[in-house]
Design a protein around this ligand. Structure first.
Ligand code: NAP
Length: 249
């Protein structure tokens, strides 16, 4: 499996970046998807190549079906697909109640976090399912503990998008379980990445760290380690399962 291609959406920064580096260190060929930060994506590729790994960067806004098709076309030219990490995700501005949310915000949230993940999975299943002549593979979906907590007064739309991801993980897992594909989800807790700044609250993870049973934020590497385990053969009997990596939150 380790010579196979792993497609990581949003592989340029945060959890996706850490996953790209961790998977490359295990020998996988990495397709680093990115939305707009080409410099960050190129830096991830350079870091992988500096350690004799193989990686390419491909621009892919998962809100665009055309971009997703181009991402998988590029992956086809790079080798045999072994895994998809549906990592790209956004938050809206933090602290906005549902009764204040615009339709545009909610539609964008669902287009990126939900539709984007489902469309990427569709392309991965077409390539990996034994039903379609593929050799099997793994799909890991990034959810969030927000799916369980609901994120009231913070971003309920985001929490709802991750709830959808949890249902998708379970359902798709059952659908393709007999076709050589495992599907798993990860629910990270408060992880120290740029996503909190994107929601307008750069310090959010650290501010709330006291509410975590382990009393600290998590690192992108701690999520990446769980992802590379899930895509490895060591997790060969794990499917339709969702793992909390959240310090107990
Ligand atoms: P991040 O630091 O904000 O990085 C986001 C990554 O996704 C970047 O590589 C970015 O690309 C890419 N991206 C953003 N919008 C995109 C789009 N429309 N299409 C494709 N790629 C896009 O995020 P993160 O914290 O690593 O989060 C990664 C995943 O974990 C997300 O699904 C998030 O919901 C989930 N998660 C994070 C936390 C946390 O505390 N950090 C907790 C629970 C769940 P550019 O570099 O090009 O902008």
């Amino acid at each position: 499996m380790t010579d196979k291609v792993v497609v990581i959406t949003g592989g340029s920064r945060g959890i996706g970046r850490a996953t790209a580096l961790a998977a490359a260190a295990r020998g996988y060929r990495i397709v680093v998807g990115y939305a707009s930060n080409q410099g960050a994506a190129n830096e991830v590729v350079a870091a992988i190549e500096a350690k004799n790994g193989k990686a390419i960067a491909v621009k892919c806004d998962v809100g665009s079906e055309q971009d997703i098709l181009a991402l998988f076309k590029a992956a086809d030219g790079f080798g045999t697909l072994g895994a998809l990490v549906n990592n790209a995700g956004i938050v809206g501005k933090s602290g906005v109640r549902v009764d204040e949310m615009s339709a545009e915000r909610i539609q964008q949230m669902m287009a990126v976090n939900v539709t984007g993940s489902i469309l990427c999975a569709r392309e991965a299943v077409k390539r990996m399912s034994t039903k379609h002549g593929g050799k099997g593979g793994v799909i890991v979906n990034l959810s969030s503990v927000a799916a369980k907590l609901g994120a009231p007064n913070t971003y309920v739309d985001y929490a709802a998008s991750k709830g959808a991801i949890d249902s998708f993980t379970i359902g798709l897992g059952y659908e393709v379980a007999a076709e050589g594909i495992r599907v798993a989800g990860i629910r990270p807790g408060l992880i120290d990445t740029d996503i909190h700044a994107a929601g307008g609250e750069p310090d959010r993870a650290h501010r709330l760290a006291h509410m975590v049973p382990m009393k600290r934020v998590g690192t992108a590497d701690e999520i990446a380690n769980a992802i590379v385990w899930l895509i490895s053969d060591e997790a060969s009997y794990v499917t339709s399962a969702i793992l909390d990596v959240s310090g107990g939150r």
